[in-house]
Design a binder for this molecule. Structure first.
Ligand code: ADP
Length: 383
């Protein structure tokens, strides 16, 4: 399977218009399942369409494997149908007057695959996608999920080396979406195809991707495994875009008892306070009570008032206030406390995300060893 390489790719739809994609450097490894994630209008579809050959890049170079498929500088543009890739969009675009089997076969005919091979290919992809029983039905006799499976089967039938999917599950209801995600993962494992999947849904990206590329305003923000994106966001945008409920952000410029506590705390861990403008804490990383922090180096401890409890089915969102600073917590344990109660909160030093005034991530320069010497010496704030 080929990899996909974008070098300094820019796209402007019109002269003078904003960049839809700006200086994008991204390599999608052969056999990888990469998700392009970001809010609407950030340039995800444009990127996918340039790789597909449905749009020309304004500058930069796109390679599929060793082959340059788009480069203004080299005067080269390979047409979409010659790029050997499969495309699946949000709309299924099935022929309404053709049956399931005929729809899938249509692609085989277009690619001039010998007729003698059709039945075997048909059976194989229809079985993979669990649609063999519908082979003689028309699209109007199928649910949205089944139609999307047919669209996927039609694409897989021609055995593309690269599969590009643009929000293919957005038209499906929640249960079907979940089912199709599992299916896509299985197909990826079975075929080993290089996959690029565009979505604005962070959960979808987290569930599917081997790596995620986060975009904003046409610019790449971070590329990493789902865990890296979640646990070490490169900037505030990524930190706030990924995670539900969203990450708590404490602005250090806004003076409060919490920031008064955070200054000496972070300084004691070697933080350069002139560089740190905000601290982020994920709701699920705040523990009620001592938590597991007995083994953690120098945790931060806060006393907070419980303002409200929101059950979400299986977990609870707690809204607390620490001397006026509102924080959200997420807990899997049935809360044994009531609104108005005072709670002891514990946060490990590792779970504080530090950002500078440009929103870029900053690390504490402390070695693990230094932190260990500070162990069991928590910072406390008592109300
Ligand atoms: P996303 O897929 O992340 O929602 P798009 O790639 O569709 O974002 O769009 C990126 C930017 O390019 C947006 O500002 C959008 O309005 C603009 N854009 C997309 N397609 C066209 C087009 N055909 N003509 C002009 N501008 C476009």
């Amino acid at each position: 399977m080929p990899n996909i390489q974008l070098s300094h790719v820019c796209k402007r739809y019109d002269q003078g218009a904003q960049f839809a994609v700006k200086a994008l450097d991204l390599t999608i490894a052969a056999g990888e399942f990469m998700c392009l994630l970001g809010p609407s209008g950030c340039g995800k579809s444009t990127t996918l369409r340039m790789i597909a050959g449905l749009e020309h890049a304004s500058s930069g170079e796109i390679r599929l494997g060793e082959r340059i498929v788009d480069s203004v500088q080299a005067g080269r543009f390979i047409a979409a149908e010659k790029r050997n890739l499969g495309l699946v969009f949000q709309s299924y675009a099935l022929w309404p007057h053709l049956t399931v089997a005929q729809n899938i076969e249509f692609g085989l005919k277009l690619r001039k695959i010998p007729r003698a091979e059709h039945e075997q290919i048909l059976l194989s992809v229809m079985t993979t996608l669990g649609i063999a029983v519908y082979r003689d039905r028309y699209p109007s006799q199928l649910s949205g999920g089944q139609q999307q499976r047919v669209a996927l089967a039609r694409t897989l039938a021609v055995n593309p080396q690269i599969l590009l999917l643009d929000e293919p599950l957005s038209n499906l209801d929640a249960r079907l979406r979940l089912e199709m995600r599992t299916e896509l993962k299985r197909i990826h494992q079975q075929y080993g195809t290089t996959m690029l999947f565009v979505t604005h849904d962070q959960w979808e990206a987290m569930a599917l991707a081997t790596r995620i590329a986060v975009m904003k305003d046409g610019e790449l923000q971070q590329v990493g495994t789902p865990h890296e994106i979640y646990a070490r966001p490169a900037n505030r945008f990524v930190a706030e875009f990924v995670g539900t409920p969203p990450i708590n952000i404490i602005e250090l410029a806004q003076h409060s008892l919490v920031t008064e506590l955070l200054f000496p705390y972070l300084r004691s861990l070697g933080g350069d306070m002139a560089q740190i403008a905000a601290v982020g804490i994920r709701p699920e990383r705040i523990q009620v009570g001592p938590g597991n922090s007995a083994n953690e180096p120098r945790p931060l401890q806060l006393k907070a008032r419980l303002e409200s409890v929101l059950p979400t089915g299986g977990s609870w969102i707690l809204e607390v206030s620490v001397a006026g600073q509102r924080l959200l917590l997420n807990t899997q344990n049935v809360p044994a406390y009531r609104e108005g109660d005072l709670l002891n909160l514990t946060i490990a030093a590792d779970d504080l995300h530090l950002f500078d005034s440009h929103g870029e991530r900053r690390e504490l320069p402390v070695s693990g060893e230094t932190i260990q010497t500070l162990a069991h010496n928590p910072f406390r704030y008592q109300e």
